[in-house]
Design a protein around this ligand. Structure first.
Ligand code: NDP
Length: 246
């Protein structure tokens, strides 16, 4: 029988993070997750994780705050045991053309996706190396690979995250720890709420499969990368985008 393992998921209250939390619970994990708000969404994730057979523990934590991230990791490990799987899914959008982009728009996006992932990786790496076991998955984006007009902050954050993924994978591989990224295309979550009909049409026109993806499909990929079935995969940025051409 597989021993219960614990997982950490940032941005686990909604969207892809929630789907990952629930999918990992189905795979036998207890799941500690964070978000900035203690809201209905966080309660719902906890309920769904429980329904999927895992213990859930939510912590209010802004991943841009290194101290708060340290406390998040410590609290979850105390409640659920040492983390084995760590998924960085927290992310925000502040799309603007460069000429109109305020420094705070840049900082919010880079701070969440890139600094946030750094804060989490740094907080968990020593433990994973000491235990010589563990898997990190960073939720990146196709925008980090192709770029996109009006998203220089997001492209920089996700491109940086891809670099972090490849470098850290090399650093920790000798210790039996794997690091990968998933790079989704357009996924139906709250993140796309601000898209106009025109922008949706334009996006759909670039996707070979002609539709947006689901958070559950991304969670399947994350669960595969976390699983022992992926035990020889590290340092990869795996696109899941319905055949997008940006
Ligand atoms: P959602 O907006 O649905 O969910 C974002 C989650 O992150 C929420 O739980 C939110 O909770 C949390 N969050 C945001 N900022 C922080 C923060 N500073 N600290 C802690 N938690 C935070 O987004 P998605 O699920 O769509 O996105 C998840 C990841 O997937 C992101 O990294 C995104 O860039 C990436 N992605 C999404 C795509 C899409 O089309 N949806 C495509 C490609 C990549 P709260 O607001 O309470 O903090």
């Amino acid at each position: 029988m597989q021993q219960t393992r614990s997982a950490l998921v940032t941005g686990g209250s909604r969207g892809i993070g929630r789907a990952v939390a629930v999918r990992l619970a189905r795979a036998g994990y207890d799941v500690g997750f964070c978000s900035r708000s203690a809201d209905e969404a966080a309660l719902e994730t906890a309920r769904l994780v429980g329904e999927a057979g895992g213990r859930a523990h939510h912590v209010v934590c802004d991943v841009t705050d290194a101290e708060a991230v340290g406390a998040f990791v410590g609290e979850v490990e105390e409640k659920l045991g040492p983390a084995y799987a760590v998924v960085n899914s927290a992310g925000v959008l502040r799309d603007k053309p460069m000429a109109l982009m305020a420094a705070r728009d840049w900082r919010a996006v880079v701070g969440t996706s890139l600094d946030g992932a750094f804060n989490v990786c740094r907080a968990v790496t020593r433990g994973l190396l000491t235990r010589r076991a563990g898997v990190l998955v960073n939720v990146s984006s196709v925008i980090g690979v192709y770029g996109n007009a009006g998203q220089s902050n997001y492209a920089a954050a996700k491109g940086g995250l891809n670099g972090l993924t490849r470098a850290l994978a090399k650093e920790v591989a000798p210790y039996g720890v794997r690091v990968n990224a998933v790079a989704p295309g357009f996924i139906e979550t709250d993140m796309l709420d601000g898209m106009t009909d025109k922008a949706r049409e334009a996006a759909l026109g670039k996707i070979a499969m002609g539709r947006f993806g689901s958070a559950e499909s991304v969670a399947e990929l994350v669960a595969f990368l976390v699983s022992d079935a992926a035990d020889y995969i590290t340092g990869q940025v795996v696109q899941i985008d319905g055949g997008i051409a940006l």
